[in-house]
Design a protein around this ligand. Structure first.
Ligand SMILES: O=C[C@H](O)[C@H](O)[C@H](O)COP(=O)(O)O
Length: 224
């Protein structure tokens, strides 16, 4: 199977899980990226069975709207019963690194509001230790140099993602060669640096379910 076929398979598996959770009044949380895009296309096939969606990026908002799915402002929505999103890396505790596409902050906000977080990923994303994929940190532009210096003190090698601005008008520092041995503590430590909006570690609010696309089928994994 190609990587795209694995992504499509997990998106379809997620749709089956979502169908069991939603009713006609439900708002579905929708993530960002190539795997989430397959989920959006699958979700469109049942668009008459739920009320609408909240989007974790402008790109996702546009794709949902193109399918005729109503997109709500999160402020007008209470709890989101289910949120489906991809990841750049995921470990056995269902901690994730996210934000390769720069959508980490809105993703984290929707994750925080969601009762059930379903992570969809192909098997290349499953790792023992997070940090092989550079960890994105969203930063207020004027704080970029200060935050970078603080991250260097933590042993990280921050690289400015040049020419990229997040949907929130901020910049991204990607942390290379930064093994994440204690995700809970590192997530909090980085977020405590003044000028950081958030970082792409999802350990304080991990996924509840991982649907992992493997050559021999989709595996359903819950946290250790
Ligand atoms: O900012 C982007 C998101 O965190 C994505 O969920 C993540 O980068 C995975 O994207 P993809 O499914 O394209 O690998």
């Amino acid at each position: 199977m190609t990587q795209d076929e694995l992504k499509k398979a997990v998106a379809e598996a997620a749709l089956e899980e979502v169908k069991k959770i939603i009713d006609k009044d439900s708002i579905v949380g929708v993530g960002t990226g190539s795997t989430a895009n397959f989920f959006i296309d699958a979700l469109a096939t049942i668009k008459l069975d739920f009320d609408g969606a909240v989007a974790s990026s402008e790109a996702t908002r546009e794709r949902l709207k193109a399918h005729g799915i109503t997109v709500y402002d999160l402020n007008g929505v209470g709890t989101v019963p289910v949120y489906v999103d991809g990841a750049d890396e995921v470990n056995a505790h269902l901690h994730m690194v996210k934000g390769g596409g720069g959508a980490l902050t809105r993703e984290k906000i929707i994750g925080a509001c969601s009762t059930k977080f379903i992570c969809i990923a192909d098997e290349s994303k499953k790792v023992d230790i997070l940090g092989g994929f550079p960890l994105p940190v969203e930063v207020i532009p004027m704080a970029r140099s200060y935050v970078a210096r603080e991250l260097v003190k933590m042993g990280a090698n921050p690289v400015y993602r040049e020419g990229f601005v997040t949907d929130n008008g901020n910049v991204i520092l990607d942390l290379y060669n930064f093994p994440i041995d204690d995700p809970l503590s590192i997530e909090q430590k980085i977020n405590n640096i003044t000028g950081v909006v958030t970082n792409g570690l999802f350990a304080l609010r991990p996924a509840d379910v991982l649907l992992l696309g493997c050559a021999d089928g989709v595996k359903r994994i819950t946290a250790d």
